[in-house]
Design a binder for this molecule. Structure first.
Ligand code: T1G
Length: 683
């Protein structure tokens, strides 16, 4: 069936696109829109046009699956020009998410009405490109540069109410009456004199505050560093205010074509599809219906337990939180309240929403309070002994059919499950700290975890707004196991003469938010350190013994001023050199290239081992873990995608070159074989 149909309603031509699941503007849809405009121009009886979409949303953008393939006419810019030059009023009827090319189609229309629940935006920058169908030229003309610039450069959508306030839409309506209201609106504007089409075409140059571009560049320099698309977005909007429309559109096209062919956009498009692939579990029966989770129990009201609880409370799911004593419980509740108040202070939640969320929280000191929970998550101390004890108790109080989940970051989920009589109901739900903020959730499948429990875990992750990746059982699962491989090399490099600040700088220059020693100072060097037992047997112990316990003590691997600005410490370098000498380690100068290869290549190798062992379903899952759990720069696509692009043979040669220095290293056969065959991890 053609994805675009038309019908006449009196003198109004109603054009409906129906291209599930999100009405992407495929070649067939573009052709259908062009035909519909031609029909409207040819028929004198037609006085105005309504463009709408069936299903759950107005056009959600160009069809991303077409990128990288030979272009098919008509192109989207041409279709939008046809709409704008139709000669009769065209009204966009927007519901759902009008995104990218979808909003650009709406901008080519002369009027826009939207449902109150709709949102709209130009997220192309998140794909490493820019709005390539007139968006950078029309949006500034419709809502002004000051409002258009952040929308285009950040890709963040705005709700319909804000769009109305900015003049991006002309009227709000309800979902149920959108089509009828759009037709009524079209009748209103058809032929009316005080809304001449010429005044509605967006080719008038927008007024621009002086210095808006310089100020924006200065305010966002750190955030935009290394990324091509945001810079190009700013350049395109500058063209919108300095050039006539046609020349500005040509500039936009040139910038778009350069970006879409570039490595960063290919990486970001990989990420887009990888995130969606991660939600799919190979081999699960397609008709498997996840269990309903109506009440969650959480054992442990510490930072993790409180953060985990917030995910469910914010999703409207009641939580009962358990602790060993009342003071710990009270502290936990106050952590949650403080976090919500901070969110409300930033305008991200209303006081009412905070009240509703807090109203869903109950607390108890008694395991019996968990008896009617559908899911119980343990977030207690990270020792196997304590976790097995907790699960043995849960086994006695949890109702049959309740899912028992551990939040362990490293420990063996099968061993924990074995403490119960129901290992098929046990799963790992590894949240990342802060659990109410970090998007990543590793869903750990035990050897006996049932498909139903696994499917429920994955569905629940989506419901609470997490990006879930399934992992098998190994020490550290996917993310932390790869982090451990990097940490081993970072520590070895210290002993061989690299300075903490150099190692961190190589990684932050690469695009990671922090290096291992900045992270260590933030977390605290004295995690798990016992002064009574300390024997100066590691660099961290020596630093702790010298009072260098991390940022919180004003010094760790770095020195910190009262504003927590960090500076490299000559004292630390001396301590490390002395420790290395005592350990019989030769110190030498190590260049950035060696540091980078020795930190990143072992990560790729560990990812390959994880694939070989079936711990991860696919290489792109590993990419998604490191993007969303550790801040790997999305415009590099993830560690496995990045390795594919530099060449697995280059990675292998680098590992072979550094082999004499590598610590606890086992070369992956998969990496070796793929390198030899000129293969890629990501297909
Ligand atoms: N093209 C092709 N497929 C798309 C698509 C798109 N634009 N958007 C979504 N899909 C697929 C997706 O892969 C998944 O497939 C299914 O639809 C459901 O998506 C010229 C050049 C709209 C908010 O960046 O943000 O316009 O896995 O799981 O969570 O300037 O999809 O089922 O096989 O994400 O409800 C700009 C991208 C494109 C919007 C819905 N537009 N999409 O979220 O469902 S570039 C975007 C989204 C552009 C112009 C430029 C979200 C959504 P499958 P989903 P969702």
């Amino acid at each position: 069936m053609a994805p675009v149909s038309t019908r006449l309603d009196g003198n109004i031509l109603v054009v409906t696109a129906d291209n599930p699941p999100v009405n992407a503007l495929s070649a067939a849809v573009r052709g259908g829109l062009a035909d519909a405009i031609a029909q409207a121009r040819a028929d004198a009886g037609i006085k105005a046009v309504v463009i709408r979409a069936a299903g759950r949303t107005f056009f959600a953008g160009a069809d991303i699956t077409e990128f990288g393939k030979p272009p098919v006419e008509p192109g989207l810019p041409e279709v939008i020009d046809l709409i704008e030059q139709c000669g009769k009023p065209v009204v966009a009827a927007i519901h759902g998410t009008a995104l990218g090319g979808g909003l650009e189609v709406a901008l080519g229309c002369h009027y826009r009405i939207a449902t109150a629940t709709a949102s709209m935006g130009l997220p192309e920058v998140k794909l490493g490109i820019l709005p390539g169908a007139g968006g950078t030229q029309r949006l500034p003309r419709v809502i002004g540069v000051a409002d258009a610039l952040p929308m285009i450069v950040t890709g963040a959508p705005i709700p319909a109410g804000k769009a109305l306030a900015k003049g991006l839409v002309d009227r709000l309506t309800e979902d149920a009456s959108l089509e009828a209201d759009a037709i009524a609106f079209a009748n209103e504007v058809a032929g009316c004199t005080d809304y001449p089409i010429s005044s509605r075409r967006s080719d008038k140059t927008a007024a621009t505050p002086a210095g808006v571009f310089e100020d924006y560049r200065a305010a966002n320099a750190a955030r935009l560093r290394g990324q091509d698309a945001p810079q190009a977005c700013i350049e395109a909007v500058e063209a919108a205010v300095s050039l006539p429309f046609a020349e500005g559109a040509a500039k936009e096209r040139t910038l778009f074509l350069k970006l879409v062919a570039g490595a960063q956009s290919k990486a970001l498009r990989h990420v887009f599809f990888a995130e969606r692939a991660a939600a799919k579990i190979d081999g699960l029966p397609p008709d498997l219906k996840p269990l309903a989770i109506a009440k969650v129990g959480i054992i442990g009201a510490g930072t993790m337990g409180g953060g985990i609880a917030m995910n469910f409370l914010s999703a409207g799911i009641p939580v009962v939180m358990l602790e060993r004593d009342q003071p710990a419980l009270d502290r936990g509740v106050s952590i949650i309240r403080k976090n919500y108040d901070a969110t409300a202070a930033k305008g991200r939640m209303s006081a009412g929403q905070v009240g509703t969320a807090m109203g869903l929280l109950t607390t108890s000191l008694d395991y019996a309070a968990l008896a009617d929970c559908d899911l119980i998550i343990e977030a207690v101390f990270e020792t196997m002994e304590i976790k097995r004890e907790v699960f043995a108790r849960l086994d006695k109080v949890a109702r049959p059919g309740a899912i028992l989940a551990t939040n362990t970051s490293y420990l063996n989920v099968d061993e924990i499950a074995a403490a119960t009589s129901r290992p098929d109901w046990v799963i790992g739900l590894h949240f990342f700290s802060p659990a109410n903020v970090m998007k990543l959730l590793e869903v750990v499948r035990g050897a006996k975890t049932s498909p139903l429990v696994l499917a429920t875990g994955m569905a629940l992750a989506r419901r609470i707004g997490k990006i879930a990746v399934m992992s098998g059982v190994c020490h550290g699962f996917i993310g932390n196991r790869i982090l451990a491989a990097r940490t081993r090399e970072a520590n070895a490099l210290l002993m061989e003469g690299a300075r903490p600040a150099d190692i961190d700088r190589v990684l932050t220059t690469f695009g990671l938010p922090m290096g291992p020693f900045q992270m260590a100072d933030l977390a605290g060097l004295d995690l798990g350190w016992d002064p009574a037992k300390s024997s100066g047997s590691t660099i961290r112990e020596v630093l702790c013994e010298r009072g260098r316990r991390g940022q919180k003590t004003g010094k760790g691997f770095y020195d910190y001023d009262e504003k927590r600005n960090r500076t490299a410490s000559a004292e630390v370098d001396a301590i490390i050199a002395e420790f290395a000498a005592r350990s019989g380690k030769e110190q030498r100068v190590i260049d950035d290239q060696e540091i980078r290869e020795r930190l990143l290549y072992p990560m790729v190798n560990e990812g390959a081992l994880i694939l070989e062992e079936g711990i991860a379903q696919r290489a792109s899952d590993i990419d998604i873990v490191w993007l969303n759990g550790y801040g790997w720069p999305a415009w590099r696509g993830g560690p496995m995608f990045w390795a594919d692009n530099i060449g697995l043979d280059v990675v292998l040669k680098g590992l072979e070159k550094h082999a004499p220095h590598l610590t606890d290293f086992r070369l992956s056969g998969l990496l070796r074989d793929k390198a030899a065959a000129g293969g890629r991890f990501n297909g």
